[in-house]
Ligand binder design. Structure first.
Ligand code: KG4
Ligand code: ZN
Length: 337
């Protein structure tokens, strides 16, 4: 049985074909990075309009690359929450239209849960139960994943997400958009011990995060108290700021996930979301899980960032009979219980 997955929650328009054996037949991602770069961040209205233009051609390409046609599809899966409302609506409307016209089931997938399911896809074997960690531009959240369909939130960020902090620090350092890869590149040339930035909540006995103070600390270190009088950092100073910032984020993410493994007595850590593409983080998580005697499951870069193949969580939902009604709504924010 073939599924079409659709992702339009933020600034990537993506369609994928996968089957009920969780084999990815195609996974096409059209990035809008160039459209948003001059604004220094994602503009919701611009994102929604770009999804409108790109989604049908992206679906066509996904079908073509998989060597199938619409009539081969047995179900349509769509990320309907969380995300930018206008962006989500484009994907949800297209998914409903296809489900109705092809007379196949519609399956609604939570984008955050799907980020963890990307690790399941990458592993090629069962990974649940596990600790799930989503580290993206919109979310930093730790879960006790009892199964693919039962996630218990352990903690999440109280302010900025980790990816958001990377993006904002990139702006402070004049490194452009998207910020994560730019800060990571700059950090390669810097000394991660040059500045001792705050690691908020790292020693507290819960799983919440806070990154906004760290961002402000970078701002003040870069410019002094009065930003208007300083000029943006350059050269080694900028590289040291990037490396020290990245190290502070990595330390917090690694320490909290270590605690989550210990608290839950689980032996697997599945990580997803765009920040999981960060090399320093991947290395630190590899070392930590080795020390803890646990297995680290972290997808290749293209499955870490937003894509439609991670909507293959729909296969599990379909097996469990969890189909969506045709009046399915896009939901920008959905609290976890
Ligand atoms: O999961 P994702 O593609 O979209 C959301 O659902 O948010 O994550 C995007 C985030 C952005 O904040 C981006 O700056 C960050 O992931 N990111 C990185 C790296 N690559 C992407 N952050 C740190 N290092 C990277 N190499
Ligand atoms: Zn995402």
């Amino acid at each position: 049985m073939l599924f079409l997955g659709i992702e339009t929650s933020c600034d990537e328009t993506s369609a994928a074909i996968f089957d009920d054996d969780l084999c990815i037949r195609s996974n096409v991602v059209a990035s809008q990075t160039d459209l948003h770069a001059r604004f220094g961040g994602v503009v919701p209205e611009v994102a929604a309009r770009a999804h409108l233009r790109q989604l049908l051609p992206v679906i066509d390409e996904a079908l073509q690359r998989a060597g199938v046609t619409l009539s081969d599809l047995g179900a349509i899966a769509v990320h309907h929450t969380p995300g930018l409302i206008g962006a989500l609506l484009v994907g949800v409307a297209a998914a409903k239209m296809l489900a109705v016209t092809l007379e196949v089931p519609l399956i609604a997938v939570n984008h955050i849960e799907a980020h963890i399911f990307a690790a399941r896809m990458a592993a090629g074997k069962e990974i649940f139960p596990c600790v799930g960690f989503v580290i993206s531009g919109g979310h930093t959240a730790l879960f006790h994943c009892h199964s693919a369909l039962q996630f218990e939130l352990l903690g999440s960020t109280r302010d900025d997400a980790a990816g958001e902090a990377f993006d904002k620090v990139a702006q402070i350092l004049g490194l452009g958009f998207p910020g994560g890869p730019a800060v990571a590149r700059e950090a390669q040339f810097g000394d991660p011990t040059a500045y001792r930035f705050p690691r908020a909540l790292i020693d507290e006995d819960h799983f919440d995060f806070s990154f906004s103070g760290l961002k402000t600390a970078v701002l003040y270190t870069a410019f002094g108290q009065d930003r208007s009088r300083g000029s943006p950092p350059t050269g080694q100073h900028r590289a040291d700021l990037a490396a020290s910032f990245q190290q502070a984020v990595v330390d917090v993410l690694v320490e909290k996930s270590r605690r989550a493994l210990r608290r839950t007595h689980l032996r697997r850590l599945a990580v997803g979301g765009g920040v999981a593409a960060n090399r320093a983080l991947r290395e630190a998580l590899t070392q930590m899980t080795r020390e803890e005697g646990s297995e680290l499951i972290i997808p290749a870069l293209e499955l870490c960032t937003d894509n439609a193949a991670m909507a293959a969580l729909a296969v599990e939902k379909w097996r469990a009979g969890q189909l969506a009604p045709l009046d399915l709504d896009a939901v920008p924010y959905l609290p976890f219980s």
